[in-house]
Design a protein around this ligand. Structure first.
Ligand code: E4P
Length: 218
């Protein structure tokens, strides 16, 4: 399973990249606003900076909601760097745009997926990735992981090339469950990725090894 980090924060992206296990980055307009990246020029510059850090796909979301606007914006984003993946919302206009982009060799990430039907439609349009938001589904007492499993079965039934990008990941169990089910990618916060390394028995075991070494090498 590929690991993407879900942030527009340059320091976090660098820290995750330095771990050596980072495969890509996802951003969205809220994450860009959180970093106070505003205005077209600054936004495009920021995407370029991210692409210079990470050698992998970087999702950049369109703001336009109509087909023509999405195409214009998406082509501009794709021209920035070969690693840019144009993130398009799950709407009927978005589906038309994904179809256009896939016919023109521009990679896409269909975002805001909350049902298997939406994922199926995006895959049929030729999306490179679909992003089911598992955390937000769990937030309203739904079954985010169940949705990943359902989409996995559907995509396997028909051998769709579209990759399942489990998004809105909140914690380590989301990551582990996604890996068990066979999500192609997960995108989450740095904190959840780092937490995978933690175990109290690792900490106490290491402390014991070091103490024993000290005793024997006084
Ligand atoms: C996906 O690409 C989105 O940016 C993201 O995962 C949304 O996560 P959130 O529900 O934590 O905002």
């Amino acid at each position: 399973m590929k690991f993407f980090i879900d942030t527009a924060n340059i320091d976090e992206i660098k820290e995750a990249n330095d771990l050596g296990i980072l495969d890509g980055v996802t951003t969205n307009p809220s994450l860009m606003a959180k970093e106070k990246i505003t205005g077209e020029d600054a936004i495009l510059k920021h995407y370029k900076s991210i692409c210079q850090i990470v050698n992998g796909p970087v999702s950049a979301e369109v703001i336009a909601t109509d087909f023509k606007g999405m195409i214009k914006e998406g082509e501009r984003l794709a021209d920035l760097h070969h690693n840019i993946v144009v993130k398009v919302p799950m709407t009927t206009e978005g589906i038309k745009a994904i179809k256009y982009f896939s016919e023109n060799k521009i990679k896409t990430n269909c975002t805001l997926i909350f049902s298997a039907g939406q994922a199926l439609l995006a895959a049929k349009a030729g999306a490179t990735y679909v992003s089911p938001f598992i955390g937000r589904i769990d937030d309203i007492s739904g079954d985010g992981i169940g949705l990943i499993a359902q989409i996995r079965r559907i995509f396997d039934n028909y051998s769709f090339d579209t990759q399942i990008l489990a998004a809105s990941v909140r914690h380590t169990m989301h990551i582990i469950d996604c890996a068990e089910i066979g999500a192609d990618v997960m995108t989450g916060p740095l904190k959840a990725i780092l937490q995978l390394a933690k175990h109290p028995l690792t900490d106490s075991g290491l402390a014991q090894f070091l103490a024993d070494y000290e005793k024997g090498n006084k």
